[in-house]
Design a binder for this molecule. Sequence first.
Ligand code: B4P
Length: 197
Amino acid sequence: MRIVFIGPPGAGKGTQAQRLKDYLEIPHLSTGDVLREACQADTPVGRQAAGYLQSGKLVPDDLVLEIVGQRLEEADCTAGCLFDGFPRTLAQAKALDRLLAERQTPLDLVLELAVDPQELFTRLAERGRDDDAEDTVRQRLAYYYQQTVPVLEYYEKCGLLKRVDGLGTPAEVFSRVVAAVNQQSDGTGRRETRCDN
Ligand code: B4P
């Protein structure tokens, strides 16, 4: 299966994606993880991305698309892929459609992990990563509502979007994620719309 995982910062995408990739036995592509690793290794991509990550801005689309395009070339991705934190802009979503159409491997499902902002601030304050300071989280949330919510609307029109409540323990959230995935894969959750908007 090819699944996109979208949610506001701190919704638990990374946490749930780890469980889901083991459950489905498909590769996991977290653009956030790849960018953080590139920064730590001080690669050319990392040097370009570092300032954006630290300030909570979105990394430019061309850089993110280069990472995703390269990863999709690897053989294990023919079996499926779990995209975590990607796409975050409409341009990224349309580019992903093109990349997948070239390979004749369309998306099966888009999962929105929904959590209200107050809970997000609490979670991220407890985690305390470099980009989890309150002002930076505000910036990341603003980007989410401006740039990423239109991506959800795009996938809604395609009939691919399912919303999962991200409140509760990680195990409770995961059982909802699995229910949404199974509903889609057994066909009971499918809708006959096409991604041509
Ligand atoms: P990401 O790595 O995607 O970071 P995130 O949104 O904070 O992650 P996530 O929602 O996965 O949170 P997590 O599971 O860790 O992006 C980081 C940055 O990279 C972006 O700001 C941007 O600059 C850049 N970037 C990445 N992709 C990009 C793209 N496509 N385009 C442009 N820029 C891009 O969970 C958070 C915390 O909550 C954890 O501490 C966890 O323990 C806790 N938690 C999880 N589930 C919980 C639960 N059910 N209950 C309580 N706590 C929970």
